[in-house]
Design a binder for this molecule. Sequence first.
Ligand SMILES: *Cc1c(COP(=O)(O)O)cnc(C)c1O
Length: 812
Amino acid sequence: MDADSIVDDFRRYFSHTLGRDESADTSHQMYASLVLSLRDRLVERWRNTRLAYQEANCKHTYYLSLEFLMGRALGNAMLNLDVDAATADALRTMGVELEALVEQEHDAGLGNGGLGRLAACFLDSCATLQLPVTGYGIRYEYGMFRQKIDNGNQLEVPDHWLRDGNPWEIERPEYATRIKFGGHTEFITDQSGKMQVRWVDTRDVMAMPHDVPVPGYQNGTVNTLRLWRAAATEEFDLSEFNAGSYTEAVAAKNAAEHITMVLYPNDSSENGKELRLRQQYFLASASLQDILREWVKLHGNDFSQFAEKNCFQLNDTHPTCSVPELMRLLMDEHGLSWSKAWTITSRTMAYTNHTLLPEALEKWNVNMFRRLLPRLMEIVCEINAHFLSEIALRYPGDTDRQRRMSIIEEGDQQYVRMAYLAVVACHSVNGVAALHSELLQQHLLHDFYEVWPKKFNNKTNGVTPRRWMAWSNPTMSKLINQTIGEGWITDLSQLQKLKPYADDAAFRAEWHQVKQANKQRLADLVLQDCDVDFDTHAIFDVQVKRIHEYKRQLLNVLHVIHLYDRIKRGDTADLTPRCVLIGGKAAPGYMMAKRIIKLVNAVARVVNGDPATAGLLRLAFLPDYRVSAMEIICPGTDLSEQVSTAGKEASGTGNMKFMMNGALTIGTLDGANIEIREEAGAENFFLFGLTAEEVDANRASYNPGAIIEGDEDFKRVMGLLTSGNFNLFEPGIFDPIIHSIYSSNDPWMTAADFRSYIDAQRRVDQAYRNRDEWTRMSIINTATSGKFSSDRTIMDYNREVWKLPQVAPKQP
Ligand SMILES: *Cc1c(COP(=O)(O)O)cnc(C)c1O
């Protein structure tokens, strides 16, 4: 682990394994050489961890997720192996800049946003807590698209992140698994008179595992993320060969590999495409077969202990094909009865819901489902039949309830309701923040809550303090370490010890200095990527997240237009200079979200180009918001914008990263904001807006036209928008946005919160002008952010759902 041996390995990989010298630009090969050197050090710990789990013969949890938004792995590996200093030394002796190599790594963008990043934070926490947890996901050839901005519009560029190879992964062809699609089922009776189902005439695809190491924080544990790639089966269609269609036969095999070609870039909305269902089943079947193969190797077809030893956590409904697939494998492949298979399935499966938005609830057309997965469709129908007869017994004559609760939605077309399938089959159903879990029980899943109240629970999300503080904010971490020691990195509640230092002027001065330096790093990024100059004396006001109407980037823009209007009319006496940064990707088919990006850029061009705003106001849109960008953004932020319509944001996790890094939040009572405010104290949080209850109660009488008419500031803002002030050469382009604000059916009720948002922003301006007071509040936010460590979240899952032992790796 010392610098000298890292130098030796690095040189050997560079000159011999990769066969390079310094005659050309070989930065990427240097990066790869460093990764391979570190990977060697992980591999030993990886094996010791695996052996320890085997020897303990303990329960294991499998985290099934269509998304793992891992970002870069190099910094995290150095931190968790505790070799960052040694590595920097090693590279320095060779005249190589560590920072430059870190920048060589392409983000692993195998996710859309919060849901995928949560899975990544959870893996880090499970390894750090030494829990036997394996992640299963898909190795997309193309991850989340790269976002370019052209004339203010989003352009999507394919993200071929694997082009230069991925030195972190290890392919495991010995565990390749066959996945069935299509065909039909046959019912046969065996010699003993038992009914047997065979799924035949299928078009099969191979699933090839690629393992990625997941190191815990300086504890010797290395867990596994196993990502599946689709590959053609070996055999070719001989009849096609014989008919002379050699090339067609080979080309057809290519189709198999399309399954894992690309991540669907939709966040908080489903799309119902067949390829997406293929991806979902591919992940479910490959992972379950992988797990059952290992089980049978040890226990044969004895599944009596299976439920005690295995747990499957479903990250949203995306992997819910696992429910019928586990039933199928247990019954059709391993000979269990329906009731034994059902007992095992329902005792091992747990479901995490991530949204209340109806447009995000997955449902699959029954005809498509049956054509693609005929055996699974039969099993889903049978699960539904069992379930509905239970409901009929419990609520005799209540046919409306049966229709409401059925896993199959009836109508012109039939659909499988995946959330209902998950709730019926799983023994645990959780939401991701207190309010969200409450709303699930009271509204979306109320019928089910009445039947099974004990299934329902809350697990407030968290984020890993290793990546989001220790790695991304080294200067703040150093100051904290000097002040309260290093214990906080694995026990974030210890940040409480910082609280008294909020009253210490010397500490506040250091805290302020750290923040200013981090703001400069962010300003450098903004200058480079947006060509906009941010002055670190101004408030750095940041909203980065997927672009979605419910997240209300629009409200933020309205505030910027209002500030611009104030500047233009000379009302600047108590205006605090501000730099507003907005970033995030829009789903490629989400026209309204893309138009909001255009609006941000259009307003930015006018505001930044007007000499009147000099020293007072800047607005920038940061292209290609991603994990590695957030690592620079959250340390450099003063004000975190969390302004969703109350009741719509399930939790949010960006809000937590900002809080940990000493940003203050301006936010609604939504998702985890509520808990953030509880922890920080109301006096350290800028609250505004309707509550979730008020949103519901006011919806029927919502009249945005009257609200705008009755508010002079709002009227002027809408006047600027409708006059075409920001789109002189593209008339009408913002009409859909303007109409949505004026619409009494606006689901996000943007106008309803305008006034209280503007007032809250005035309080922000005032607070920021008192540097000592602001710094105090910043320290208190960090000090009270302990609850939002994903370590706490994972301990909650483990205590209440998984019940796994902690297992330290075997010492060699
Ligand atoms: C944390 C994070 C998110 C989630 O942000 P929210 O504000 O909770 O929606 C999305 N994308 C990236 C890259 C993140 O790091």
